[in-house]
Structure formats: C-alpha cells, structure tokens
Design a protein around this ligand. Structure first.
Ligand SMILES: *Cc1c(COP(=O)(O)O)cnc(C)c1O
Length: 357
C-alpha cells in the first residue's frame, strides 16, 4: 500500500512518473540497458539531457541570456559555489530567514565581505523581513535570499526592493508557481523537493554574471565549466536527470507551472482554512508570508503533538513530524502531493481533535 508522504525532502514523485520509470527500468528505449547504466556519452543520454534542459527553459520561461546548468552536491554546495563564482568586488548582501539561509550566509563569510542586511531570527523566523532599498550596499555583487523556508513554512510575498542581482535558493518552491526569471541574477534548487530524486541541482544563471569566478574556485564548482560542457563535464547523475525529465514531461502534460500553481494554491488554502477554523491547531507564521509548500502547525502541547505524529503515521500519513527547531507537525505539500492527500490529512486532523480536545 502507498502512503501519503508529507516529507520535506526527499519527497513524493507523481505516481504516473514512478510507473513510467518502472516500465523503462530494465530496458530503456531498446538500448537493452537500464537508464542507470547508460553511458553519459551515449546518444540516449544526450537526448535525455537536452530534453530535460529544454523542458526547464520552456516551463519556467527562461530567457536566452540565462544558462541552465545541472550540477551535483545539492543546494548546500551552492552556498559556496555562489560566492566563489559571483564575488567580483568581494561584497555581497544576505537576508537570513531560516536555517538554510543562515548556512548560506555562514559559508559565504569565508569568501568575502558579507553583510547581514536583515534577519527574522528575532521572531523565530515566523515572518519575512523587508529591508528598504538603502539598506543594501549599492556596490555589492549580489543579494542572497532563500525564497521558501522549508523548515519554518515562510515564503517571500514579493522580492526585495533592490537593483542588486538577486540570488535565490528555490529548493523547496521551484516550479510550484509562476516566476519571472528575468528578475533574478541566479536561481538554484536541489531537485529532491519538486523536480526529481536527490542527486542533481538546478542552477539558472544570467550569462553576464559568469566571468568573475575567484581563482580558488574549484573547477567542479565553476558554472562556466558546466555551461560550456552542456552539464556533461564529468559523469552526471543520469538516473536523477532522467527522472527529472519524466517529471517535467508530466508537468507539461497537466498544463505546466500555471496549472500546478492553481492546484498548489488550492491545496494550501484548504489546509490553512482548516487550521484557522479551529483553536485546536495553530500555524504561527505571519499570514502574508505563509508558504504554499510547507505548512507547520502545533497543538500547543508537546505530548499531543507526539501523539498526533504517531497516530497519523498509523493512518498512512507519514513524515509529518516538524523539524526539531520548530517542533510540532509540518505537512510538506509539494507539487506531487495529490488533493486526496490534503483531504485525508484534514479528515484525520478533525478526528484527532474530536478525540483529544
Ligand atoms: C532542502 C533544502 C536545502 C538543502 O538541500 P541539499 O540538497 O540537501 O543540500 C537548501 N535550501 C533549501 C531551501 C532547502 O529546502
């Protein structure tokens, strides 16, 4: 039996995509081989790589003056790759809105003069600070933000007001809603939330930002190297990229990012509406900053929260325990979580409230 998997990552892929992969598992496209054993220098892999990258360009409407690069090392490697590639004056500005942005800020400090422009740590990251234009340094090379905060369940309601190139960690919200790529200098996302199994990281970067990499930048972290080799500089994670291709084909088939955004908004609305309708559960995030991907909630009693997690798991609603720095519960409702999963969760929450209030 398949469960409803509310994991924050790695997360559930669409069932149809899993079935498609199952079909190809032993013999991909009459190659007589599994995708897992395909050479990355074969025509089969060339086709997979090209289709994957062109689907990303199409679905996110990526302008021609941006490279699309597939790399390894997860979003965490990008915390260092970004300053190593983009620091020209040696200055960059950061906003800290949770654990991952804090890590990105810490790593960047090794490489330059890094200004913490704003932080939401004062209220346990339950909101998104909005600095005014003059708080950013006009001569900084970029501003780094984490667009959707996976652990705390917040999301930027709008982009910061600045002319600096914005570098955004979109690991937990990539392709969940329509974005205007031209408003960013660089976007990166570990794939394992909305795009594919772990192993590949998407980087979208404006071409003019690429000629300043620091001399100490490792070759494997240079965007220019991966861009020049069409993301086949060394052995790529063929399986993960193939899975991403299937995922993106599926997304295109159901109507692309505008269609999934509509579904995502509906799912999040259903869950927040229910939480707001009863004092038994609380979501402590400022309303305008609520994430549509990660929905944390608590009962206010640690004992009841633990009981909730255990009973939910028994009922086939798994991985709903909140991150240890927030506690309580967190429902991660990425693109592939079906509406039925939200309905089942709300039903369970009602029943749990009845039995425990
Ligand atoms: C999951 C996540 C990360 C960490 O990604 P890894 O691929 O595990 O390094 C970083 N940033 C955000 C916003 C995330 O959700």
């Amino acid at each position: 039996m398949r469960v409803f998997n509310f994991s924050a990552g790695p997360s559930v892929p669409p069932l149809e995509v899993l079935k498609e992969a199952q079909k190809d598992l032993l013999n991909y496209n009459n190659s007589g081989m599994s995708v897992m054993e395909l050479s990355h220098r074969s025509k089969w892999y060339d086709e997979i790589n090209d289709e994957c990258i062109s689907l990303i360009r199409e679905l996110l409407n990526v302008p021609e003056d941006y490279h699309i690069i597939l790399v390894q090392g997860g979003a965490s490697t990008q915390f260092e790759a970004v300053p190593l590639n983009l620091l020209k004056t040696g200055k960059a500005d950061y906003i800290v809105t949770g654990n991952f942005s804090k890590k990105a800020h810490e790593e960047a400090k090794k490489y330059g003069d890094i200004k913490l422009v704003a932080s939401s740590a004062d209220k346990n990251h339950t909101y998104i600070p909005m600095p005014s234009r003059d708080e950013f340094r006009a001569d900084a090379d970029y501003l780094h933000i984490t667009e959707n905060n996976t652990i705390f369940g917040t999301k930027y309601p709008s982009l910061p007001d600045t002319d600096l190139p914005i570098v955004s960690d979109m690991s937990s919200c990539i392709m969940s809603e329509v974005i205007d790529v031209s408003k960013y200098g660089l976007i990166y996302a570990g794939a394992q939330k909305n795009l594919s199994p772990a192993g590949v990281t998407l980087v979208i970067v404006r071409k003019d930002l690429l000629s300043n990499e620091m001399t100490v930048c490792p070759t494997m972290l240079k965007y220019s190297v991966h861009a020049k080799s069409n993301s086949i500089f060394n052995t790529p994670p063929v399986w993960s990229i193939y899975m991403m291709m299937l995922n993106l084909r599926y997304l295109k088939k159901i109507g692309g990012v505008p269609a999934i955004e509509k579904i995502n908004r509906k799912k999040a609305q259903m869950l927040y509406d229910y939480i707001d309708s009863t004092p038994f559960y609380q979501n402590n995030v400022e309303r305008s900053c609520r994430s549509i991907m990660n929905v944390p909630f608590v009962t206010g009693s640690k004992e009841l929260d633990d009981k909730f997690v255990n009973k939910a798991t028994e009922a086939g609603l798994v991985n709903i325990k909140g991150h240890k720095v927030v506690g309580g519960m967190r429902a991660s409702i990425y693109n592939a979580m079906p509406i039925e999963g939200i309905e089942a969760l709300i039903e369970f929450m009602k029943k749990f409230e009845e039995e425990n209030k």
